[in-house]
Design a protein. Structure first.
Length: 339
């Protein structure tokens, strides 16, 4: 197939997106596809551009232009939609911001070209953690109690207790996230989260094990467990080799595995997700599962979780990327909330 990979952009997760996109492009070529790579902040990349961005096996950081998303698409990518005319599938390797919140998806819907991941509505719902948690609960997927800022220390103490997680409501990769144990530090954490979003969530901290379930074409991949070096699985732990131990499959009983996979599929259906997504959970010492969030465009870097889950299922990285592209080409299937 003729595939165009969209990556980069201007979100706080730009560097991760570049690493994902370049790796995906290589895998798709290995699978026999004809691939064009586009940085949505700068334009179509030549083979030489791609090589320059890969220096010594790592992605060189680049600074995107500081302009709004649609203005950027107009100014930096003149004629890009014309260039996509012969594209059979668009592979989205964008993370965060307008690349993952439904904005790009809505624009691509106008082109009629199939793209990977979820549609514009599902993408927006998953990105908005407040709305997503309401939908999780409506579908019978347990999730931790939460409040939306502004909230006083007294309100947090009375309804959630400390410690509490403070995070932007519409961000990914734990950008702007804090674990607040001391009530005196609450406002500073809220202020930090507001630097990254116009809405901030305060969520009851769930102690226990960090688990993740990848969903590929509606089917659950092997469950993974993440054991970070630090107390939280933050941005540094996610994208720095050696900062977290990731175990696939997780050391769970067959019953625990089946239950968390069932809940992941229910969450996937509740948000009307499609293609490939990742659903994250915490498992308490008593064995209860709480859904944290859904990621509609999971990372595809060397340290990312979906490729590791696929490998545990016997799916190579080129085969994974090929399957994701072919799911998009086949068209959307009705979202169902698994029982």
């Amino acid at each position: 197939m003729r595939v165009t990979v969209l990556m980069g952009g201007t979100s706080s997760e730009r560097d991760v997106s570049l690493a994902s996109g370049l790796r995906v492009a290589g895998a798709l070529r290995a699978a026999g596809h004809e691939v064009r790579v586009v940085d949505t902040a700068r334009g179509t990349l030549t083979a030489a551009d791609e090589q320059l961005m890969l220096e010594g096996g790592r992605v060189v950081k680049t600074v995107p232009p500081d302009v709004q998303a649609l203005v950027r698409l107009n100014r930096a990518l003149p004629g890009t939609l014309d260039h996509l005319a012969d594209t059979e599938v668009i592979f989205l390797a964008l993370h965060g911001g307008t690349g993952e919140d439904g904005t790009i998806q809505a624009l691509l819907d106008l082109t009629g070209i199939p793209y990977t991941g979820s549609g514009h509505l599902a993408s927006a719902l998953a990105m908005d953690k407040d709305l997503a948690k309401h939908l999780f609960r409506a579908a019978g997927v347990p999730t931790a109690d939460w409040l939306m800022a502004p909230a006083t220390v007294e309100e947090v103490q009375g309804r959630l207790g400390f410690p509490v997680i403070v995070k932007p409501s519409k961000q990914g990769s734990t950008v702007g996230l804090s674990l607040v144990k001391d009530p005196a530090e609450l406002q500073a954490a809220i202020d930090e989260a507001f630097r990254h979003d116009d809405e901030v969530m305060l969520e009851a901290f769930v102690p226990g094990r960090e688990l993740t379930v990848g969903i590929l074409g509606g089917e659950a991949l092997p469950v993974g467990e993440i054991i970070p070096v630090k107390e939280l699985y933050d941005y540094e732990c996610k994208y720095t080799p050696g900062m977290a131990q990731e175990i696939f499959p997780a050391d769970l009983t067959p019953e625990q595995t089946a239950e968390v996979q069932r809940l992941a599929k229910r969450a996937f259906g509740a948000l009307k997700l499609g293609g490939c997504a990742r659903i994250d959970f915490r498992m308490t010492p008593s064995g209860d599962f709480f859904c944290l969030e859904a990621n509609t465009l999971p990372g595809m870097t060397e340290t990312s979780l979906i490729p590791q889950a696929a490998a545990a299922a016997g799916i190579s990285f080129p085969a994974l990327c090929d399957r994701i592209a072919r799911l998009a080409a086949a068209g959307p299937t009705p979202a169902r909330t698994s029982t």
